[in-house]
Write a protein that binds this ligand. Structure first.
Ligand SMILES: [Zn+2]
Ligand SMILES: [Zn+2]
Length: 208
């Protein structure tokens, strides 16, 4: 794994800005990987062994994903919408799993670790780099029961929704009177008022 400074730089570039969340996220990911025994999670042999559950969709999540190389499209990045500054690192080979939480105290201790900096954000940026892991994080050893249908790799199951006809992958369907339906048809949609539209140049393709 690259050095902290290198990872912070590339993480900030990928995220779009350098922020306290990048510092916390890079350190969280480095610690998490170390705990589960992966020293270079981005390499071919190790990327397949790693699952990361992030519990917030904030700056820190981008840094954790960047450093570990986990991706939504590879199913190695799991988003748990808890609003908690924490991530769990799972080694699929050994089963080792650790949940790393950013401490609430760390936010209050920024002026102890960077007293010479007045600007709040700049102070956080520096303080989070200076704090020892014991101040910045709490770590829990956890057990994660990973469902086979949540694993990376080929699609394990496909069901066709008996109401709308869409194919539902990886066991995400619901059963309704013994027949598979998608979550939307089961009334668990996140949108409403869906209406199919057309547009004037809809017969265009990017490649001719
Ligand atoms: Zn940010
Ligand atoms: Zn459906």
């Amino acid at each position: 794994m690259d050095a902290f400074e290198t990872l912070l730089k590339s993480s900030a570039a990928a995220h779009g800005h350098l922020c306290p969340g990048q510092v916390v996220g890079v350190r969280m990911a480095m610690l998490g990987c170390r705990l589960i025994g992966l020293d270079n999670p981005g390499c071919r042999e190790q990327i397949k062994k790693l699952l990361v559950y992030v519990e917030m969709d904030r700056c820190t999540a981008d840094a954790v994903a960047h450093v570990t190389g986990v991706k939504l499209g590879r199913r190695s990045l799991k988003f748990m919408d808890y609003g908690i500054m924490a991530a769990t690192f799972v080694n699929l080979e050994t089963g080792q799993s650790f949940r790393v939480l950013s401490t609430e105290e760390s936010r209050d201790l920024c002026d102890v670790y960077a007293p010479e900096i007045a600007d709040k954000r700049e102070q956080q940026l520096t303080a989070y780099q200076r704090m020892p892991e014991s101040v910045l994080f709490r770590v829990q050893s956890v057990h994660v029961a990973v469902d086979e249908l949540d694993l990376p790799g080929p699609t394990r199951q496909k069901k066709t929704c008996t109401r709308c006809g869409q194919v539902v992958r990886d066991g995400r369907h619901r059963m309704e009177n013994g027949r598979p339906v998608c979550k939307l048809c089961a009334g668990q949609g996140y949108f409403s008022h869906a209406r199919e539209i057309t547009w004037p140049d809809m017969d265009q393709s990017p490649v001719i």
